[in-house]
Design a binder for this molecule. Structure first.
Ligand SMILES: Nc1nc2c(c(=O)[nH]1)N[C@H]1C(S)=C(S)[C@@H](COP(=O)(O)OP(=O)(O)OC[C@H]3O[C@@H](n4cnc5c(N)ncnc54)[C@H](O)[C@@H]3O)O[C@H]1N2
Ligand code: MOO
Length: 394
């Protein structure tokens, strides 16, 4: 239920997601970080090669570098790591290791298993004749110095770190990560132990931080906040985070103080309710100083819906990342929908398409924990064979 004040009103699901992305289109400033610290950040500039790759003609196999047609006179060896290599005369061969620099004048590499040494002469004995350039990785095969390898906006994962190192970088220019403070609201929440009458385990304290980090955020604090208006108002007023994420307190219960605390903290509501199930009371607000607050509903699956709808698009944009690559799949069976709202349904992929999982109620995580994605089911449901959009599950 919406709070009794003039606000943005309930938005459709695609509109809400787009509003969150637009709210974040002010990426955080760039900074230079050593490779070891850049993981999880986002490239602020294109990654360009500082060298040709490979930087020198390289042997792709262990064997012999040969010059011209065989048989060849064997004259010495070149191991990986040698920086000076003598030229090879026509008719000569040197033993060579994978990754070693090819001697000038060499025309091919003969693999060890395709050569036979008879006295001082090397003969080819492979299944096919040796061709010019065989098993040589020529200089610049992968890229040329100055070439753009990745655009700005790409998340820095292990492969990006490896590529950056391979082409000569010690540091990367990345966006500062958005700092997130997670406030978990509710007097009924236990931080450990077994739930008992009236008390439930906090499922979102464990679920959300790793997902937020994977989305590019720096989670500075996870704090439980009692159901007390003053505590919540002060927490919002004093937070230094770029994005405050709250759980619970979005609906109309007697201790759901979030709307009032936002009003007192001088916030402007950008999204206040979304036509999506679960999760319809989710909200997004702009706090003074260009900071944001995402209010996730307390029901755990509803909170997950709020993450994919509002928090992730906002964080992706503030991190300097592009929009999520669209994904879609056919429905293997009819997918149940809500009569008027979009539904986000935990699904698994099979040969014929995606199938819904049991235990998908707003308060449940049992289906989600086995899900490979959330299917975006349009109002009224999706027929078997119909293509549905997929968004990431945690
Ligand atoms: N009169 C109305 N009541 C409710 C409405 C409504 O529109 N009108 N909406 C329902 C929907 S839908 C949802 S979703 C919830 C949203 O509630 P809140 O965001 O205010 O969350 P709470 O009331 O604090 O908690 C709801 C539910 O979730 C449990 N919870 C809360 N936090 C956690 C946590 N960290 N880990 C596990 N479980 C949590 C809490 O114990 C409650 O059971 O409101 C409906 N009501
Ligand atoms: O948004 Mo609520 O998720 O339907 O429980």
């Amino acid at each position: 239920m919406a709070a009794p004040h003039a606000g943005p009103g309930v938005l459709g699901w695609p509109q809400a997601r787009e509003a969150a992305r637009r709210a974040g289109l002010r990426p955080l400033p760039a900074l230079g970080l050593p490779l070891a610290e850049a993981l999880g950040h986002t490239l602020a500039e294109p990654l360009t090669a500082l060298t040709d790759l490979p930087a020198f003609d390289t042997s792709a196999m262990d064997g012999w570098a040969v010059a011209g047609p065989g048989p060849w006179r064997v004259a010495g060896r070149v191991l990986a790591g040698r920086t000076e290599v003598a030229p090879l005369d026509d008719g000569a061969a040197v033993e060579i290791a994978t990754g070693a620099q090819l001697p000038p004048g060499a025309t091919a590499v003969l693999r060890r298993e395709h050569g036979r040494v008879d006295g001082t002469l090397l003969h080819a004995c492979g299944p096919t004749p040796l061709t010019t350039g065989q098993d040589v990785r020529p200089r610049g095969q992968e890229c040329r110095r100055g070439e753009e390898l990745l655009p700005a906006g790409v998340p820095v994962g292990p492969a990006v770190l490896g590529l950056a190192a391979a082409c000569g970088h010690d540091r990367l220019s990345v966006h500062r990560r958005p700092v997130v403070q997670l406030l978990v609201l509710g007097d009924e929440l236990l931080a450990s132990g077994v739930p008992r009458p009236g008390l439930v385990r906090d499922a979102l304290g464990p679920l959300l931080p790793p997902w937020l980090r994977a989305a590019g955020a720096e989670v500075a604090e996870v704090r439980g906040v009692r159901d007390d208006f003053g505590l919540l108002r002060d927490a919002l007023r004093h937070s230094g985070a770029d994005v405050v994420v709250t759980t619970g307190g979005t609906a109309a219960g007697p201790v759901d103080f979030l709307h009032r605390a936002l009003a007192e903290a001088g916030a402007r509501l950008l999204v206040d309710g979304v036509a999506v199930r679960p999760g319809h009371p989710m909200l997004l607000a702009e706090l003074p100083g260009g900071r944001h607050l995402v209010g996730l509903p307390g029901n755990p699956l509803a909170a997950v819906a709020g993450m994919v709808t509002l928090a992730l698009p906002l964080l992706r944009a503030r991190s300097g990342r592009g929009a999520e690559s669209p994904a879609a799949a056919p429905a293997a069976v009819a997918l149940p929908g809500h009569p008027a709202d979009t539904r986000l349904l935990p699904v698994r992929r099979g040969a014929e398409g995606v199938r819904p999982l049991a235990f998908d109620g707003p308060a449940m995580l049992r289906g989600l924990a086995r899900a490979e994605a959330l299917a975006v089911v349009p109002p009224g449901g999706a027929a078997a064979g119909e293509t549905v959009e997929l968004v990431e599950a945690p």
